[in-house]
Design a protein around this ligand. Structure first.
Ligand SMILES: [Zn+2]
Length: 213
């Protein structure tokens, strides 16, 4: 509410928060409270080791347990911390963890974060993780860690581990071999460098997206 002040201010009084006498028409929109933090939270710590740095990065995601009115409970992420001896990325990592934690605490669907982060490319080029999987950037790998966590607490479908996809990976391993898999093309859907030609179809071994013909 704006009030134009047309006279010289000669005095003021402080209104109490519960004083609504002068403001009866103003509608109060209550903003849903942010998730509250218990003193002790359970979480998981994930280690990321990239060829770009000699130091590993440790990503800790803490959860809160939400109690539903019907007595059932579910976990959801509350905050994320990233630690590393490597100070090169310190500034943007602090920014990323603060923004990510703020989104976690807002509640609601947070799974969109995973796709946003996984789509980030490092202009210097990505790297291969141990096991041959291509990562377009450290940010993308942080996105994958968050995805892994959300899957583990049941907030995201375990698409990465569906039986069909596991079978496709085995098939690709047998028919094409590791070298061909490591040279996969980029997937339109998930951005992973994991598209291989399998049975006349271009198939992404990361998300399962498949185009035949
Ligand atoms: Zn894909």
């Amino acid at each position: 509410m704006n009030i134009k002040i047309e006279h010289k201010i000669t005095g003021y009084e402080v209104k109490k928060a519960d004083d609504t006498s002068s403001n009866e028409d103003a509608k109060v929109h209550q903003i849903a409270p942010l998730l509250e933090r218990d003193d002790i939270l359970e979480g998981s710590t994930y280690k990321i080791k990239t060829p770009h740095s000699e130091h590993a990065m440790y990503i800790t995601i803490n959860d809160v347990i939400i109690e539903e009115p019907d007595g059932s409970t579910h976990r959801r992420p509350f905050e994320v911390f990233i630690n590393s001896k490597n100070m090169e990325h310190f500034m943007w990592i602090v920014a990323l963890t603060r923004i990510t934690s703020a989104i976690f605490r807002k509640g609601g669907d947070v799974t969109f974060l995973v796709e946003e982060l996984k789509a980030v490319f490092d202009p210097r080029g990505g790297y291969y993780k141990r096991g041959g999987k291509y990562m377009p950037s450290i940010v993308a790998e942080i996105g994958e860690v968050i995805q892994q966590h959300l899957i583990s607490i049941g907030m995201m479908e375990g698409q990465l581990n569906s039986a069909e996809l596991v079978a496709k990976r085995h098939e690709a391993q047998e028919k094409l071999g590791s070298d061909a898999i490591a040279k996969g093309n980029q997937c339109d859907k998930c951005g992973a460098m994991a598209v291989v030609r399998l049975d006349n179809c271009n198939c992404c071994l990361e998300c399962g997206d498949s185009k035949c013909g």
